[in-house]
Design a protein around this ligand. Structure first.
Ligand code: PMV
Length: 308
């Protein structure tokens, strides 16, 4: 059996503006992950077994634009494997879907690496990242590439679209509480709506994106200087700009307020918005209190993660 695993991720700063060339910061979340196991199958063809999404099917029965089919076919092409091998690919994931934790990219990265292990192929991180990015385009339309990058490299990243990856040196670890609104929100839709806003008044929205870019740069400095508390106010300002962009929601806003009133240093939505997850920067001793308050106010799930 060949196996591979990929973590989830959260965006700390810069979502949406990153699609327009501004920097964003994202970190892996290892508490959630996608695990892929590949075994020799019987008969012919590739069988997919993904119990979390109640999917059990032959690969050939999926539509040609299905991201699972696409990542498997693209990877086999990369390895110059033309005949359809007899395999069972089992996908197990604890990353909630459509909630800003990078489930789609994690599935792609884990499948690519499991197939590489199965066929004894060496594949470097850049190639994994590129393949996963090609598949992200099917999920999102115009993705920046931040999800596949942070998940492939599994390190905190300072990301600028189409620029070489820059990993972040975290001088002092900091603690984030992640809370899920439980509302599924496809990123493609919020990205499309921001595109419409931008098209209606590019000058105005370019200025907003500039401000978000400045926030991401300031946050990088704070992280690299070990001044993590400085990120609290930066998160609050970033959240206000995301609200202006109409990608927050009453549920996200409520959890942001609850996080702040229960002791967080700062809080904001994370990812595409409109639902999915929010994040709160906390002193380690406050993590449990903030997480409880969020659950008490309707969060479906919370994860406490230390970024280091
Ligand atoms: O919803 P997520 O976590 O996949 O993040 C999307 C981030 C956006 O900036 C909104 C889109 C993108 O492609 O970067």
């Amino acid at each position: 059996m060949s196996t591979a695993s990929a973590p989830g991720k959260i965006i700390l700063f810069g979502e949406h503006a990153v699609v327009y060339g501004r920097p964003a910061l994202a970190v892996p979340v290892t508490q959630v992950h996608t695990d892929v196991e590949i075994t020799e199958g019987q008969g012919t063809g590739i069988r997919i077994d993904a119990p979390n999404i109640f999917l059990q099917t032959q690969l050939s029965a999926l539509s040609s634009t299905n991201p699972l089919r696409s990542v498997i076919e693209k990877t086999l092409q990369t390895f110059s494997i033309s005949a359809s091998p007899a395999l069972t690919i089992r996908i197990l994931s604890t990353i909630p879907v459509a909630s800003g934790l990078g489930s789609g990219a994690a599935v792609s990265v884990a499948i690519i690496r499991a197939l590489a292990a199965h066929f004894g192929q060496a594949i470097d991180d850049e190639r994994v990242n590129q393949l996963a990015y090609d598949v992200e385009k099917i999920h999102h339309g115009t993705p920046s590439g931040i999800d596949n990058t942070v998940i492939t490299f599994a390190q905190p990243v300072y990301f600028v679209k189409e620029q070489p990856i820059e990993t972040l040196q975290v001088l002092r670890p900091f603690t984030i509480v992640i809370a899920d609104t439980g509302i599924l929100a496809p990123t493609r839709e919020s990205v499309g709506d921001v595109r419409k806003l931008w098209a209606s008044n590019p000058k105005r929205w370019e200025l907003v994106f500039d401000k978000i870019g400045e926030i991401a740069r300031a946050a990088r400095q704070a992280i690299q200087n070990g001044e993590w508390q400085a990120m609290g106010a930066l998160m609050d300002t970033n959240q206000a700009l995301l609200q202006e962009m109409t990608v927050s929601s009453p549920e996200l806003d409520k959890l942001v307020v609850v996080a702040k009133t229960s002791g967080a240093e700062g809080a904001k939505l994370s990812g595409g918005g409109r639902g999915g997850n929010m994040i709160a920067l906390v002193r380690p001793e406050n993590a449990e209190k903030v997480a409880f308050a969020l659950l008490d106010s309707g969060a479906r799930q919370t994860i406490v993660t230390v970024v280091q």
